[in-house]
Design a protein around this ligand. Sequence first.
Ligand SMILES: [Zn+2]
Length: 289
Amino acid sequence: MKELIKKILALLFHAGRLLHRNKLIVLAYHDVRDVNCFESHLALISEYYNPVTIHQVEDYIVRGVALPPYAVLVTFDDGEPSVKYLGIPLLKKYKIPAVAFVVSENIRSKQKFWWRIVEESFMNRKRTHAEARKEIRRLKKVPNRERIRTLEQIESLYAGIYKDPLALSIADLYEMRDNGITIGSHTATHPILNQCSSDELDTEFSLSKDFFRSKAIETFHFFAYPNGDYSPAIIPFLKRYEVSLAFTFDHKINGTKIDQYAISRVRANSHDPIDEFKLRISGISTLFN
Ligand SMILES: [Zn+2]
């Protein structure tokens, strides 16, 4: 029975891979939590796919320069330190380029990701992870001002909770960049953009762009929507701040015509077992979504 399932999975993987051979696949990871699983993903990519750089993707989408068949772009959201410490050696081993979309205030002022502040405040009050996750989901759906007010209340109760001593440094970003990881932007504080006012949107983009400019990191124009939340109302800001590619998080493989401001990505986790990863990268799992 096990053998039969294995054969069916292998068949599905190869069928999906063939079906999507001329489509751009963008994988969206967050961290590198499971080194062995993550290495099995990279080994599979290097055996069956053509890893491409974000510059090739820009040439393809904006200028019509063809990509190789079986093109895969590997991306990471948020700027988790494990991408540097555990990701670089493996990405280099398999010669796979990647992109890390970073939250500029997390690096500039070592400000903890806001969902971690919520999680920690719940743990401090001996509440469960499930309760914290529920509150985080709620805060993603309220106007940005209300989310900030809630965070300010937490910060007034727990002094110093917003500091993240383990956040990536500027030197880390340079090291990543020198090792094949392009640094892209992911706003200044990771709000949910479609809950922001125009002024708040403007602040997020200008702070983030200033950070990139002041640190001479020239790839601000590659952008990923926080939480993947795309909205047409954000496009005027992308244009004003000269963003050329914007990535969503819709768990889809791109079609033949790609909107430069709504590029699809498939979620991947470094701890996904290889059989599950095969279903994701081949697009089989998205066919059933
Ligand atoms: Zn994010």
